[in-house]
Design a protein around this ligand. Structure first.
Ligand code: SF4
Ligand code: SF4
Length: 750
């Protein structure tokens, strides 16, 4: 930016705490084209001052030194394609968190100003990518979640193609005659209305249903997905703007539950097998086709069990209640008993539980099943360990029903990709160990054979990545439907265990996200979490060494590779996290408003006193998603922290390029603190892997420091969620105290 206007707000205590004249002098020294102060810059007259400077052409870049960039967003909004904007948080990061009129507080404000001006000087206006965006939505999976997703997208006027692998729509729910009550008075099963929904959607002019069909390949990017679908007449090619995967779940394999008698006695069945009997009105013992007199239900059969399914499938308890109610109504005189660990009946289902409990002939007991004896035609004996009925109690049963959990119909695309890569490496090996490794990989790949669903032609693998327990990835805190593949959303039981009511809601939720994606791309904007961002990364490929770090580390599969390993950008897949920028050793990836060079310039702009005894300096790189909001919240409560800290917000810790650490250390900065999101399976990182990647990269840097005889403690990574904001002063102050003990950075003054 050539003509930067500096606008300083003196409201919110800024003018009282800081020497405003001195701040203006700093801006003038750094060649700001204009300097203006205002007692309330966010008020209409203040905003007008900025707008007129822009309209007159006097400035084409604006530095607002006032509140945090997270405050007054609507007020300080100017056309980003016309003028670039940088905000310096004098309110939160300086005057609300440090004592007024102190030298250290003033130095902090002046440093932040210099850093903001340095960044602005390296920022250019974005050029939005305005491409032709397809409006139709592809829904893969015609169970309840998929049907509701199709209904929602079509209701909003988007054409929908619904692909279902089976001959008929409806999935698991289509096999049910009755369902758990979902409206008052919640005391008896309801007739399954799914057929009406299927009829409505089958006749909908915006919905095309392809049954007995499978997706065979997906190329392209959101807004421009090219999809090959294998249908009974032949392969059909489609274009879709967004995709919803609602491929559901299947019952856990009961043959693994031999300890509960499955497979040993024909009269031990699963709740799904009982469902078929009840739907047909034919409650019988499989061994002799006679009606049972007592049916015993065993809850959590294989669920919440580390040896089988460690999670709760959430709907089995309600399903058992429904089956009991049906038995008591249709087969009077038959006794039912339930052995549970906890009956999980949230919300209004508790009323249904009470209604079934009140039915004569029903028994509920908490307890552990120690074993099931019996086989052939004879009665079964269910032995209980500790239970509410006492210890060592036995129950006889004619029929035992195992309430088995659900397993998602998913494929772990990243695991498949990793195995394929490992296979390529392993088959090149000559030694016996390498051949053994190749065999092992081949076996593991065989286990994935036939599981692929989307067949994505992505460098990162053919399907959505899966979390533990194989559910399709989603950010369970902030972005439940959004997966790691932009424009592809997960809905229903492929995403998480849930009951039909939740699955229906999930379908709508995912559809809304798919439509938001299409709308954002049509405006040239990024989807979440940087909604509205008009920038796209630029790769200066003439200097690319094909190291593949960016293609491997981009969490969103944005980058494919050509045969040499050169990255191929699919910009509409990009979330603008900057992780590729952090990974690139050649530093050739940048955004118009966020680059290695811009942040390096900010670091260079920091004033580093040579006299450590008085003024050590700390660079804090804070993730803008949680850590920075946490800092703002701490400031809003007027919590105070060490004045030696200079904060640079980053899009994600994964976007931190190691060169910034080297720059900071060689400049004499005494310590570098990185605060980002929690990582691991229950990650909180908005870019899924960014925080984890930063830990790995920084771990390597610390090793290098040790080799250079520099204390690794000078670099610290801290995980923090927004709601942990009260830790901010403690973390910053403790790091400053640790650095004081370490003494000055030995590079200081060189
Ligand atoms: S900015 Fe993020 S999403 Fe985009 S290419 Fe880089 S790593 Fe991938
Ligand atoms: S990380 Fe940089 S050098 Fe390596 S492949 Fe990507 S763009 Fe090329």
């Amino acid at each position: 930016m050539e003509r930067i206007g500096f606008f300083l707000c003196t409201g919110c205590g800024i003018g009282d705490a800081l020497n405003v004249e001195a701040l203006g002098a700093v801006a003038r020294e750094l060649r700001a084209a204009s300097v203006a102060t205002h007692p309330s810059l966010c008020a209409p007259e203040g905003v007008e001052t900025i707008r007129s400077a822009l309209m007159s052409g006097e400035v084409n870049g604006v530095l607002i030194a006032a509140c945090s960039h997270r405050a007054k967003v609507a007020e300080f909004q100017f056309d980003p394609t016309q003028a670039v904007l940088e905000r310096v948080s004098l309110r939160e990061q300086v005057v609300w968190s440090h004592p007024p009129t102190q030298e250290d507080t003033q130095l902090l404000a002046e440093d932040l100003l210099r850093m903001g001006l340095a960044r602005l000087a390296k920022t250019t206006a974005p050029k939005p990518l305005l491409e032709t965006i397809e409006r139709s939505v592809l829904v893969v999976g015609g169970g309840l979640a998929g049907l509701e997703a199709a209904r929602a997208a079509a209701a909003a006027g988007h054409p929908v193609v619904l692909v279902e692998v089976e001959e008929r729509l409806g999935g698991y729910l289509a096999g049910l005659k009755e369902v758990v009550p979902d409206c008052p008075p919640y005391d008896a099963p309801h007739v399954n209305q799914l057929a009406n929904l299927i009829a409505e959607l089958s006749a909908h002019p915006e919905i095309r249903v392809l049954t007995s069909s499978r997706v065979r390949g997906i190329t392209g990017q959101p807004g421009q997905f090219h999809v090959e679908v294998e249908t009974p007449p032949g392969v059909e090619s489609l274009v879709a703007g967004a995709i919803i995967q609602a491929t559901g779940a299947r019952p856990y394999d009961a043959t693994k539950l031999a300890h509960l008698g499955y497979g040993r006695s024909p009269n031990v069945i699963t709740s799904h097998e009982l469902e078929a009997m009840l739907a047909a009105g034919n409650l019988r013992r499989p061994s002799d086709n006679r009606p049972p007199q007592r049916v015993v239900f065993i809850q959590c059969a294989g669920s919440r069990d580390p040896q089988h399914l460690p999670y709760c499938s959430t709907e089995c308890c309600a399903t058992t209640l429904k089956q009991m109610a049906t038995i008591h109504r249709d087969s009077p005189g038959v006794e039912t008993a339930v052995i549970y660990r906890d009956m999980r009946t949230p919300g209004q289902i508790e009323r249904f539980y009470q209604a079934v409990q009140a039915q004569p002939g029903s028994l509920f007991t908490q307890g552990e099943v120690a074993g099931i004896d019996g086989n052939g035609n004879g009665p079964l004996t269910v032995r209980l360990g500790e239970s509410l009925l006492g210890s060592g109690v036995t129950l006889t049963a004619d029929l035992v029903v195992l309430a088995t959990g659900m397993v998602p119909n998913s494929a772990d695309g990243e695991a498949i990709r990793a195995l394929r890569d490992a296979q390529v490496r392993a088959v090149k090996g000559e030694s016996e160990t390498q051949r053994a490794e190749a065999r092992k990989v081949a076996e593991q790949l065989a286990a994935h054979e036939g599981t692929e669903i989307l067949h994505l032609q992505y460098r990162q693998g053919p399907d959505l990545p899966a979390l533990r327990y194989a559910f399709a990835d989603s950010h369970f805190i902030c972005f439940p439907y959004e997966t790691r593949r932009t424009g592809i959303y997960a809905a229903g039981t492929v995403r998480a265990p849930m009951d039909p009511a939740q699955a229906a809601e999930d379908g709508w939720g995912a559809a809304m996200k798919a439509l938001q994606c299409i709308a954002a791309l049509s405006r040239g904007e990024a989807v979440h979490p940087r909604s509205g961002d008009l920038t796209i990364p630029d790769f200066f490929l003439q200097r690319c060494t094909q190291c593949k770090r960016c293609t491997e580390e981009c969490p969103f599969g944005t980058l494919n590779e050509d045969e040499k390993g050169t990255p191929q950008l699919n910009p509409l897949r990009c979330r603008r996290c900057g992780i590729c920028m952090g990974s690139c050793p050649e530093r050739i990836i940048s955004f118009p408003d966020y680059s290695v060079d811009a942040v390096a310039s900010m670091i260079k702009a920091m004033g580093v006193p040579e006299d450590f005894e008085e003024k050590p300096r700390i660079l804090a790189l804070l993730c803008e998603n949680d850590a920075l909001p946490a800092l703002d919240t701490a400031a809003s409560e007027r919590r105070q922290w060490n004045p030696w800290v200079r904060v640079i917000p980053v899009r994600c810790l994964g976007s931190v390029n190691i060169v910034w650490i080297a720059d900071a250390l060689s400049k004499g900065i005494d310590g570098i603190l990185l605060i980002g999101c929690r990582y691991g399976d229950d990650y909180q990182c908005h870019y899924m892997r960014g925080s984890e990647l930063a830990h790995t990269r920084l771990g390597n840097v610390q090793e290098t420091l040790q080799r250079l005889a520099l204390e690794p403690e000078r670099i610290k990574v801290v995980e923090m969620a927004h709601d942990e904001y009260s830790r901010i002063p403690e973390v910053l102050d403790a790091f400053a105290a640790d650095l004081e003990k370490l003494g000055p950075n030995p590079f200081k003054g060189f």
